[in-house]
Design a protein around this ligand. Sequence first.
Ligand code: A2P
Length: 328
Amino acid sequence: MGSGSETTCLTIPEHVLTSSGRRMQRLGFGTAAYPLVTPEVTKAAILQAIKLGYRHFDTAYIYGSEQPLGDAIVEAISLGLIKSRDELFITSKLWCSDAYGDLVLPAIHRSLQNLKLEYLDLYLIHFPLSLERGLYEFGVRKEAIVPMDFVSVWTAMEECQRLGLTKSIGISNFSCKKLADILAFAKIPPAVNQVEFNPLWNQKKLREFCNANGILVIGYSPLGASGTLWGSNQVLENEVLKEIADTKGKTVAQICLRWAMEEGVGVIVKSFNGERMKQNLEIFDWSLSEEESKRIDQLPQSRCSTGELFVDEHGTFKTVEEFWDGEV
Ligand code: A2P
């Protein structure tokens, strides 16, 4: 990890979740590392992030980062970096092999135990599919994918919120169509849909649909998740973004994050490098011009996370179009 000097960061704008009244920094810190790293590396990165001012942390059972995040929180409190867990906003996600009505409560209890917490701020269904029970390997085996029973899984998610195990519930990687399927019967509507969001996949349609239904969009892969299994370097290598960055004396990453803030979307950005995690916070005392925003708005659109991982000609989702319900 780099040695980024620890300065007080500029204040990160917050969003208050209407479902819980909990305050959430709109720039969250991602903990999914690929290639995989040791728990010690993850914990050290999170502690440094807390020192720099990040208070919103995104994890998932399948990332293997719940335990190091829990350890970092304990240490941050003992070091006096934060007074209590209440100062943090913590999201975790239900893995697909637990996406069965009877497995949701045991799964959230397991995540809470890993995190050493009494409650989550937000618990999300990780993907709109189930995997064979008992499969907890990192990655998705296509032949193990089965359709999810939305009613029983969402009803169990609602129970998690009623029991106080999480303040809010939501979904991730859901198309407008699948989101509408949930809304048709939900007693507690999803507070959040966490989806890919960056200048090359700006989710115009989904954001309109979510806004109209009072659902907050939180973006993952704001930098295109370069170097990971699920991302690409298209965003950071984009010529238009590079030109804008050069003109402003900023990095492409900063342009992407500033743009996301100006679009009113919350984003989760991952860096375990001290200099870059600091750089990613330095986006609150300047802005994009109208012309620059317009150029970004006009960039050709394509997903970095294509959904290919879930598609098999003999499987539950036969094409990428089917997985995203034509929203490609
Ligand atoms: P690293 O952890 O070494 O900084 P995303 O947030 O879109 O998922 O992207 C995460 C990827 O982008 C990680 O590989 C991360 O690597 C890298 N990254 C994070 N911040 C920056 C930055 N400011 N400049 C360049 N790469 C970055």
